[in-house]
Design a protein around this ligand. Structure first.
Ligand code: PRP
Ligand code: URA
Length: 215
């Protein structure tokens, strides 16, 4: 089946270092410690791209020699929003880049039979509507979890909404982009298809289980 989506709203981060690390992540022989480290590192790489359009303002600083005309981020307020559980693995990488960002948590679990997501937790910063929201989750499979997270954030008044995944299935990307006309999506790779259990193929398996060692 062919899938169509608006490629202008999808940023594919295929830097050589990202591809190298992603291959290690996919390898079934990679253990929990290294898996966790690489998920964090990939989030940091993706963080560079998701913040690329942040506006700058002029600022002068005194170097030991003279005044330098520099730039700094112009007061952007950010919330990183992991979809629990696996999204937690990407939070630290994002906070390495944006240490003063707030963190909102949304708990979503896929039913193993129907593959439908069920929200079991939601705690957002009070001023979430004024923040640029960066939703993080390693996997976009059917898109159900991400779409529910988008709806939950829109209901809370969020306008600037970006979603960052490590792997996506074409089916999930199509569904997610169709669900909201204004979101932007960042991903390290778009895989081939979903299998009957709605797992991404070739994928990397169950991201949450591999991050937390609950296989
Ligand atoms: C995984 C993954 C996504 C979701 C993707 O979480 O981390 O949140 O599945 O699937 P979807 O696009 O079909 O909704 P899971 O529900 O396995 O929970 P976990 O993070 O607690 O392991
Ligand atoms: N969730 C995962 O962790 N992996 C998949 O392939 C699909 C959903």
């Amino acid at each position: 089946m062919s899938h169509t989506f608006d490629t202008a709203r999808v940023t594919l981060i295929d830097h050589p270092l990202v591809q190298h690390k992603l291959t290690i992540l996919r390898d079934a022989a990679t253990g929990t410690k290294q898996f966790r480290e690489i998920v964090r590192e990939l989030a940091l790489f993706e963080g560079y791209e998701v913040t690329r359009d942040f506006p700058l303002e002029d600022v002068d600083v005194e170097t030991p020699l003279a005044v330098a005309h520099g730039k700094r981020i112009a007061g952007r307020k950010v919330a990183v929003v992991p979809i629990l559980r696996a999204g937690l693995g990407m939070v630290e990488g994002m906070l390495d880049l944006m240490p003063s960002a707030r963190v909102g948590h949304i708990g979503m679990e896929r039913d193993e039979v129907t593959h439908e997501p069920r929200e079991y937790y939601c705690k957002m910063p009070r001023d979430i509507a004024e923040r640029t929201c960066i939703v993080v989750d390693p996997m976009l499979a059917t898109g159900g979890s991400a779409i529910d997270a988008v709806h939950a954030l829109r209901r809370r008044g969020v306008r600037d909404l970006r979603l960052v995944f490590i792997l996506a299935a074409p089916e999930g990307l199509e569904a997610l982009l169709a669900a909201d006309p204004d979101i932007r999506v960042y991903v390290c790779a778009i895989d081939d298809h979903l299998n009957e259990q709605a797992y991404i193929v070739p994928g990397l398996g169950d991201a949450g289980d591999r991050i937390f060692g609950t296989l």
